[in-house]
Design a protein around this ligand. Sequence first.
Ligand SMILES: [Zn+2]
Length: 165
Amino acid sequence: MNFKEWLLEVDPNNEVIGEIPYKDVAHLLTPTQKVNPYTQKTYDDWPGDQRGAGRYLKVPFNGDQIEIKLTKQLKSIMRNGSRCVKCGRAGTRFKLLRNGIHSPVRLALFTQDDRQLTIDHIVPRGHGGVSSVNSDNVQVMCEPCNAEKGSAYVGIWPTPDPDMQ
Ligand SMILES: [Zn+2]
C-alpha cells in the first residue's frame, strides 16, 4: 500500500481524543510467538480480547483505562520497530483516534515532531507486492518520507536494489 492508498483507508477527519506516551503503551502492544499445534507454524499472538473480526485491549489513559481496537497498521508498525526506516525518527507518542462517537478508539503513532508513522510496501502493490501486513514486504515510514517515496519501487531502504530503479 502506498501513502495515497493508505490515506484512503483512514478517515481524513480523524478525531483525536487524547495522547499517550509511547513508553506507557508499547509493552502492551507486543505479540508473543506461538506455535499452532496442528500446522506447527509460528504466529503472532496479540494481547487483548478477540471480538468478531477485531481484537481489543485496555491501555492506560488519564489515570484510567480506555479500550482500543488493534488495527493491522498498528500491529505492523509495532512488529517492524516503530521507527521510520528512511529518516530514523522514532514514534514517541500515540494519539487516540476515532471516526465518531460510536467508532472504536484506535492508536496512531507519531514522532516527536508530529509525523505519523505509516506502513510502506517495499514492493508496491502496483508492482505485484504482497499487501498483507504480516508479510516481509512492509516497512515503517513516517508520512512525509512515505509521500516523498510515493509508489516508486526503491527497494528496502536505505539499500535500494540497483536493478529496479
Ligand atoms: Zn521519515
